[in-house]
Design a protein around this ligand. Structure first.
Ligand SMILES: Nc1ncnc2c1ncn2[C@@H]1O[C@H](COP(=O)(O)OP(=O)(O)O)[C@@H](O)[C@H]1O
Ligand SMILES: Nc1ccn([C@@H]2O[C@H](COP(=O)(O)OP(=O)(O)O)[C@@H](O)[C@H]2O)c(=O)n1
Ligand SMILES: [Mg+2]
Length: 236
């Protein structure tokens, strides 16, 4: 499993390795095997995790493009929204709070969302993760870094005009409690106020890949494909 065998010897960039090594203490809580591996107890043949954050407003096409990335490049797809909806469906202790937050178009406390993502990452056999719809706030971003102990390798931003996003969401037809005009307006305000600063942060760090999210699904994927193709050799 990925959490037990994240490698210190993969051919991924040296800056990423340095970052991973410097965060060993935090990382260890998630990846107990690293310390053993560093001591040579386990043969270092497994792969370093590769994390992509998939950002964009509601209806910008994140989920649709994630399916194509999974099919083409073999990533594991973790949708923050899907994980939260699963919590609601399972009637967990946080379910009612999550439902109310989603109905209001607000953001669920980071601790809750990061724990769900962490659990999925730990259970996955994959080392390549698409984390869809996260981080949506600076609080989300900092919380992920603190709890998981790593930064993303790539951040995708699906840049879509508001008018198009509203049209798509209203036609989505998945029975979601937040796919109505009133909630969409709130979500767009939250996106502008809280999510755009996160996108700007990654732009400044040189990690952001902006996709013009209008056109057919296939046309948009042709902008996405070369980004992952360029990383394929190093990531595996
Ligand atoms: N390029 C596109 N053109 C038109 N509709 C699209 C396109 N991409 C996705 N959609 C549709 O728009 C809706 C929102 O897409 P989705 O992938 O769920 O977006 P997000 O996850 O960003 O909210 C879905 O009904 C989807 O089928
Ligand atoms: N990081 C996240 C992701 C989603 N959410 C909540 O879940 C809702 C739906 O998220 P989603 O990613 O499924 O929505 P789309 O952008 O795919 O339409 C958001 O509007 C938030 O209320 C959250 O609180 N924190
Ligand atoms: Mg989605």
């Amino acid at each position: 499993m990925w959490r037990r065998v994240a490698s210190l010897s993969s051919s991924i960039s040296s800056s990423f390795l340095a970052q991973t090594a410097s965060r060993l203490n935090t990382w260890e809580s998630l990846t107990t095997g690293i310390a053993q591996q560093a001591k040579g107890v386990i043969a270092p043949k497994e792969k370093t995790p590769f994390i992509t954050f998939v950002l964009g407003g509601p209806g910008s096409g994140k989920g649709t493009q994630c399916i194509k990335i999974v099919e083409t490049f073999g990533f594991a797809h973790l949708s923050a929204g899907d994980l939260l909806r699963r919590e609601i469906a399972s009637k967990s202790a946080d379910g009612a709070m999550i439902l109310n937050t989603i109905k209001e178009g607000k953001i669920v406390p980071s601790q809750v969302t990061v724990k769900l993502i962490q659990k999925e990452m730990e259970l996955s056999d994959n080392h390549k993760f698409l984390i869809d719809g996260f981080p949506r706030t600076e609080e989300n971003r900092v919380s992920f870094e603190r709890i998981i102990g790593v930064e993303p390798n790539v951040v995708l931003f699906f840049d879509c005009p508001e008018e198009e996003m509203v049209k798509r969401v209203l036609n989505r037809n998945e029975g979601r409690v937040d796919d109505n005009l009133e909630t969409i307006k709130k979500r767009l305000t939250v996106f502008q106020a809280l999510s755009l600063p996160v996108i700007n942060y990654y732009s400044e760090k040189g990690k952001l890949y902006t996709i013009k999210a209008i056109g057919t699904e296939d046309e948009i994927f042709e902008q996405v494909r070369p980004i992952f193709a360029a990383f394929e050799q190093t990531v595996g």
